[in-house]
Design a protein around this ligand. Structure first.
Ligand code: TRP
Length: 332
């Protein structure tokens, strides 16, 4: 039986953090065994915010290196840069003729951008979901691993796919958002509230690129208090968060011993955080070191991207010729 097709795009701006690791990246790594996966760096999407041209190559290498360091195998999946597939902008252009200004203006992520960067409300921002649709449909993907914030974009992709099929003939399956449901782990922020995310103040977020000392410093600053005064009392959320982080990187014996100390009111948060900091350092260090080494190996990075582009173009060129034919663009 042929494997189901999976596509997902990775943003090329910003550093990957622990939330990305336990959210998206670990899902990618699990999926590479059982699905036919296409994972790409969304460098065209990043142009909507006008990045400095001299940053692009470094950003793309970094994202590719970090994903490989986290366990993605470029021999198992097609790992490529979006801009290496000219078929994507071609399909994007075709789909733009089926996407309406009114529906695009209503998209919440677009409205957010209008608020954030009122001086740069370009057409690329407006049609961001159309480019995403092209990314997905170019390989006829049926599953798209994304976070909650992207599900509306996938719904639009289903609409555009249906509209294309209705107008020109059946070509695209309708893609579904995909996550591992229960196995999705929450990675809490270090400031006691909410999830770890690309925050303004980098102190509440652990990045895969953080040096050992930066990791220690951030963990030691995590919010705690003077400790429980009654046996078996309920944990405040910020203490639950420290335990949750420990669950991710420490052994269960260690976590359980601190839980018992909490219940018996003998816990010392300073010691707990020192332990967590060391376990965190041991968890992040090998990923960081592998990523740094890969990123510095330009020959390797180029080979990975070239190889990924070749694999991805096979399926992209097939789809685009079918789309051209259905639309009527076949003159000789
Ligand atoms: N918009 C996605 C994000 O911000 C990245 C992305 C671009 C993507 N194209 C995609 C995700 C296609 C899934 C499928 O995270």
């Amino acid at each position: 039986m042929s494997k189901e097709i999976v596509v997902s795009g990775i943003r090329s701006t910003g550093f990957l953090h622990l939330g990305n690791y336990f959210g998206a990246m670990r899902n990618y790594v699990k999926m590479q065994e059982d699905y036919n996966c296409y994972f790409f760096v969304a460098d065209y999407h990043s142009l909507t915010t006008h990045p400095d041209p001299k940053d692009l190559r470094g950003n793309v290498y970094r994202v590719v290196a970090e994903n490989i360091a986290a366990g993605l195998d470029p021999d198992k999946v097609a790992l490529y840069a979006q801009s290496d597939l000219p078929e994507i902008p071609e399909l994007y252009l075709m789909l733009n003729m089926l996407a309406y200004k009114g529906e695009l203006e209503k998209v919440p992520t677009f409205k957010d951008k209008v608020r954030q960067q009122p001086e740069n409300v370009n057409a690329g921002l407006l049609t961001y979901p159309v480019l995403m649709t092209a990314d997905i449909l170019i390989h006829k993907a049926v599953k798209v691993p994304v976070g909650k914030d992207q599900e509306q974009h996938i719904e639009m992709a289903r609409n555009f796919a249906g509209r294309f099929n209705g107008r020109y003939g059946e070509l695209f399956p309708e893609p579904q958002p995909f996550n591992f449901g229960d196995t999705l782990v929450k990675v809490p922020s270090l400031d006691g509230a909410g999830k770890m995310s690309k925050s303004e103040h980098g102190n509440a977020t652990l990045y895969l690129a953080d040096e050992d000392d930066a990791i220690r410093k951030k963990v030691m600053k995590a919010k705690t208090d003077s400790g429980p005064t009654e046996h078996n009392s309920t944990m405040p959320e910020y203490i639950q968060n420290v335990f949750q982080l420990m669950n991710l990187v420490s052994t269960s014996e260690i976590t359980e011993s601190y839980r018992a100390a909490y219940n018996g009111c003998t816990i010392r948060y300073g010691d707990m955080k020192k332990q967590l900091a060391e376990d965190m350092v041991n968890f992040i260090r090998p990923i960081r070191e592998k990523a740094v080494a890969l990123q510095a190996d330009e020959t390797k990075m180029m080979a990975v991207l070239r190889h990924g582009a070749e694999k991805a173009r096979e399926s992209a060129s097939r789809t685009i010729s079918e789309a051209r034919k259905l639309i009527g663009i076949n003159y000789y």
